[in-house]
Design a binder for this molecule. Structure first.
Ligand code: OAD
Ligand code: ZN
Length: 245
């Protein structure tokens, strides 16, 4: 009946914003961050300053990235992605704010202008000096041949996956859009996030402050559960599947 309550809230809403975390993609084979067997638990993350200052760490970062890329490249959207794509297509949902870098909201058919990526996108790389986009396949070929971290083909600057590392500035445009979407929605759905990483995790509370209803869908408790109008604890795919068609 909790699921029916979600249906009722969606029915009653006119401006839905979804906010997604890694939990929406685990059924697609993409590991999340804080679950027990996550590969991310094996390493201390390489923060931005270390990536920039230490060439050995930069190479290590690329090795890790390519090891995970085979998983990302295989992944297809799951039931949660398709449910959200459906809510966008019907005009019910205005925006999907995501912390994910796996490109699966795009693959599920959501138009780029409806997707707000707070932590960037892992399916390509950019030059940190001039912004030029670099394709991972090209970088990987060179890396595997030389073992050296890639440099920009235009300016020689450092090239980095187009994701946001700890210690790196948040993307301004995405932050602005996420803020605007959060204060202007009447229903905010936080899906598959532990809601512990800031500033991303500030958006559910911001929406709540601006009178949106807040629903949290997650397999385990989050620090924001007490603020929510409805908490659905269970498997995301199972819970959202009815909204996919
Ligand atoms: P987390 O791994 O912190 O949280 C994912 C949540 O999804 C956990 O609470 C899981 O229990 C839950 N979960 C996983 N699979 C599920 C399923 N099938 N059904 C229901 N719940 C499920 O991931 P995020 O909150 O996205 O940032 O992590 C936030 C940020 O921390 C990431 O964007 C990344 C990371 O460090 C950066 O890299 C900057
Ligand atoms: Zn460059």
């Amino acid at each position: 009946e909790a699921r029916a309550a979600l249906g009722d809230l969606i029915e009653a809403a006119s401006r839905v914003v979804a906010f997604t975390g890694a939990g929406i993609s685990t059924e697609c084979g993409v590991p999340d961050f804080r679950s027990k067997d996550s590969p991310w638990m094996r390493f201390k993350p390489i923060d931005f300053d270390l990536f920039m200052s230490d060439v050995l760490m930069r190479e290590e970062g690329w090795r890790r990235k390519f090891a995970l890329d085979d998983i990302y490249a295989m992944a297809q959207p799951g039931r949660g992605h398709y449910a959200l794509a459906n809510l966008v297509a019907s005009g019910k949902a205005r925006a999907i704010i995501t912390q994910n870098i796996d490109n699966l909201h795009q693959t599920s058919g959501v138009p780029e202008e409806r997707i707000i990526e707070l932590h960037g996108n892992g399916s390509y790389a950019t030059c940190l000096a001039c912004g030029l986009r670099h394709e991972l396949a090209d970088i990987r070929r060179d890396f595997e041949a030389t073992g050296a971290a890639p440099a920009c083909v235009e300016c020689g600057g450092a090239v980095k996956s187009a994701t946001i590392s700890f210690g790196q500035a948040m993307p301004e445009n995405a932050m602005r859009r996420a803020h605007a979407a959060s204060i202007d929605c009447d229903l905010f759905l936080a899906i598959g996030s532990s809601l512990v990483v800031y500033p991303a995790a500030s958006f559910p509370s911001l929406a709540r402050l601006h009178k949106a209803r807040l629903v949290i869908v997650n397999g385990e408790p989050t620090p924001l559960d007490s603020e929510a109008d409805l908490v659905l604890r269970g498997d995301i795919g199972d819970i959202l599947e009815p909204f996919a068609a």
